[in-house]
Structure formats: structure tokens, C-alpha cells
Design a protein around this ligand. Structure first.
Ligand code: COS
Length: 382
């Protein structure tokens, strides 16, 4: 259900002010410390950011997809590491439960997810199952009223802080592909579950990814999400939604970079004039603006279609592909417009250039989006 327009504007305005007043001033420090301060996390909870997409009945803000994308446009104006703090609760860590959970499962976990008391993580990727996500080898063996999970997951966002994991594991070893996979809600405190050290990454310092190991973790069958063998479809539908959220964040980052570029090009003088007066600089600004506008339109149109109940697997993949590639080009041009200042750390442009690189990889690499787009287009006959 959509918010009334006034409430929607109030929320967007509150997020815009929070980003400008609380997040932007500490971006560089967060990157340096590789940590988001606890008081900022508390303020995020106060604003309801952990529960943006959780239904109101469970304590969330219950935003529809269009509203969530509008909020993401604002969030993209600060380091994307901040969004990651609550990104799993809004998206891949909670949406399996929202879409496929039983009433009892939802009642047990969603209120804590909405408030931020529970941090969630989505455990699909493994060392040998990245783009080929149907190849998961983590096993879930039925034993009485439980399943026993063994195996390991790789590069799991927020695993270090998570108290609830959505885990994709193979329940049928005879079936090699997607149909042998089931999804489970796995609380962190179950014996046998351990989380590795945070990986050192290229960008988005302050956001963390870890390996997660399941050493005979006994999970009640009650915690299975959806039917046995439905886990891959759960994962794909979660990603169908998550990819659009990421595309919206890409738009926000691109729009912020444009503001930074225009401000810098207006101040920086060469040959006796602000560099903004040079047509070769203007061409870069024009290309970035055009692409950012196109991505914004594609994201919003896809979100509206999804809210209207249409199947948008193709459109979401197109939005993720276009927006993530677009923000890569915009960040590259930003470095070029800033010149030497774009390459040194002080201006933060090189940091954003590194930060946006992951958008082309996580929640499905660009090549996977191309594959999905091609398959769906052929299926639809054009
Ligand atoms: N929604 C619902 N069901 C879907 C679906 C979707 N978006 N995509 C696939 N399925 C279903 C298919 O319909 C099929 O079901 P049936 O066998 O009943 O017809 C089943 O899932 C298997 O689908 P498919 O044969 O297309 O699986 P593939 O192994 O070919 O994999 C890709 C498809 C490559 C698209 C998938 O593995 C993928 O998205 N990989 C990237 C994973 C990713 O994003 N990783 C990031 C990790 S999370 S940060």
C-alpha cells in the first residue's frame, strides 16, 4: 500500500536531511576507520531505516517499491557503506521471510528486523557457487524434526553482526541444480555456526563481508522457508527485488557525483576560466546527466510495474545492468573532471570510484543480468 503524498515527502525530506547533516560529514572518517559509529546506527533505527520494506503490521514502514527507490535515491548521496548497514534488513536478508514466511515465522522475526534489533544476512554465495548460484554445495540433511546444515558460504554482507541468516542449502543431493535447494532461517546462536574475519575490500569501507561456516548446525524444520526444493526460487525472487534497490542506489550515487562535479567545475579555473565553461568538460557533464536521468526513469518505471503486480524480472535485470554500469562511467568521468584532485583522497572522488565498482558484481554480475535479459526477451518474443 502506498503512503499518502505528504507522508512520503516528509520521509524523503527526513532521509535527505539525515544524509546531508549526519552522514556526509563523516564519510571520510567512516572509510578510514572501516566502521560506522554506533550512534549513527542508532539514529538509523530511529528513522525507521531498518524497516523501510517491512510491512507495517510487523513494525516497519511498509514502503512499496517506488517509495523504497525514492528513499534509495537520497541514500545514494552519502557513501554507499552507510546503506549497507541496514540494506540487508530492507532487502536480501528479510524479503525471503516477507514473501515466503509463514505467519508464525514473520511474527517471530520481522518486528526485530524492522527495529534493527535483529540484523539479517543472505547466505547464498559459496566458493564454487557465485554466478552459478544453483550449484550450492552446503548440505541440509533431514534428521527427525531438524535439518543438519554443513558447508560454508562466502562474502556474506553483514554476517559479522547478523543474528539471522537466510541460508540456501541442498536438501536433495541427487538433484544437482536448482530443484535440490531449500531455504532456511538460521539464527546466529545455533551451535556450529561460525563467522570468519571481515574481508579487506576495494571500497565501501564500513560495510563488511565474511565467510560463514556451518558445522553440523541443527536447525528446526520449522525454520525452513517455503517448501523443500523451493529455495532457489526464493533466492531468485529476493534478488529480483534486491537488484532494483541496488539500481536505485546507483542512481543516487550518480546524482551526487554530478552535483560534486558541477560544483568543482564551477570553482576550478584553468586558462583563466572556470573549467565548467569548456565544452569538453560540458560534454562529460552532459553524458553523465543524460545517463543518470535514463537510469532514474528506468528504475521508477520498473518499481511502479512491480507495485502493480507485473512480472519484472527482465526490467529489474535491465535496471541493475544499466544503472550499475552507468554509475561506473559517471564515477570515471568524475575522476577525469576533478583531474589530479580526483585521484587523491582529499576530495572523496577516488573513494566513490572504488565504492561503486561492486555494484556491477554483487546481487548478480552485469553478465548475469545480460543473460537474464536475453532469456526473458527471447521468452517474450521480443
Ligand atoms: N523468479 C522465480 N523463479 C525463477 C527466477 C526468478 N527470477 N529465475 C529462475 N527461476 C526458476 C526457474 O523458473 C526454474 O524453475 P523451473 O525449473 O521450475 O522452471 C529454476 O528457478 C531454475 O532456473 P534457471 O534454470 O534459470 O537457473 P540457472 O541455474 O540457469 O540460473 C541464473 C539462473 C544464472 C540467472 C541465476 O543463477 C542467477 O541469478 N545467478 C546470479 C546469482 C547472484 O545474483 N548472486 C549474487 C549473490 S547474492 S549478493
Amino acid at each position: 500500500m502506498a503512503l499518502d503524498l505528504e507522508t512520503r515527502e516528509q520521509l524523503i525530506d527526513a532521509v535527505r536531511r539525515f544524509v546531508a547533516e549526519r552522514l556526509r560529514p563523516i564519510e571520510a572518517k567512516v572509510a578510514e576507520d572501516d566502521a560506522v559509529p554506533a550512534e549513527i546506527v542508532e539514529a538509523m533505527k530511529g528513522l525507521g531505516l531498518f524497516g523501510l520494506s517491512i510491512p507495517e503490521a510487523f513494525g516497519g514502514l511498509g514502503l512499496n517499491m517506488e517509495e523504497e527507490c525514492l528513499v534509495c535515491f537520497e541514500l545514494g548521496r552519502a557513501s554507499p557503506a552507510f546503506r549497507s548497514v541496514f540494506g540487508t534488513n530492507v532487502g536480501i536478508g528479510s524479503q525471503g521471510l516477507v514473501m515466503f514466511g509463514t505467519d508464525e515465522q514473520k511474527a517471530r522475526w520481522l518486528p526485530g528486523i524492522a527495529s534493527g534489533e535483529i540484523i539479517t544476512a543472505f547466505a547464498l554465495t559459496e566458493a564454487e557457487a557465485g554466478s552459478d548460484s544453483a550449484a550450492v554445495q552446503t548440505r541440509a540433511v533431514r534428521d527427525g524434526d531438524d535439518y543438519v546444515l554443513s558447508g560454508s558460504k562466502r562474502y556474506i554482507t553483514n554476517a559479522g553482526k547478523a543474528s539471522l541468516f537466510t541460508v540456501m542449502a541442498r536438501t536433495d543431493p541427487q538433484v544437482k541444480g536448482a530443484a535440490g535447494v531449500s531455504a532456511f532461517l538460521v539464527p546466529r546462536d545455533l551451535p556450529g555456526l561460525s563467522v570468519g574475519k571481515p574481508e579487506k575490500k576495494m571500497g565501501q569501507q564500513g560495510a563488511h563481508i565474511h565467510d560463514v561456516v556451518f558445522d553440523n548446525v541443527r536447525v528446526p524444520a520449522w525454520n525452513r522457508l517455503g517448501a523443500e526444493g523451493e529455495g532457489f526460487k526464493v533466492a531468485m525472487q529476493v534478488l529480483d527485488r534486491g537488484r532494483l534497490h541496488i539500481a536505485a542506489v546507483c542512481v543516487g550515487v550518480a546524482e551526487r557525483l554530478l552535483v560534486d562535479c558541477v560544483a568543482y567545475a564551477g570553482e576550478r579555473r584553468q586558462f583563466g576560466q572556470p573549467i565548467a565553461s569548456f565544452q569538453l568538460i560540458q560534454a562529460m557533464i552532459a553524458d553523465s546527466k543524460t545517463e543518470a536521468l535514463a537510469a532514474r526513469a528506468l528504475v521508477l518505471e520498473t518499481a511502479r510495474q512491480r507495485d502493480a503486480g507485473q512480472g519484472v524480472t527482465l526490467e529489474v535485470a535491465a535496471a541493475k545492468l544499466f544503472a550499475s554500469e552507468m554509475v561506473g562511467r559517471v564515477a570515471d568521468r568524475a575522476v577525469q573532471i576533478f583531474g589530479g584532485a580526483g585521484y587523491v583522497a582529499d576530495y572523496g572522488i577516488e573513494r566513490l570510484y572504488r565504492d561503486v565498482r561492486i555494484f556491477r558484481i554483487y546481487e548478480g554480475a552485469s553478465q548475469i543480468q545480460q543473460l537474464v535479459i536475453a532469456r526473458e526477451t527471447i521468452k517474450r518474443g521480443g
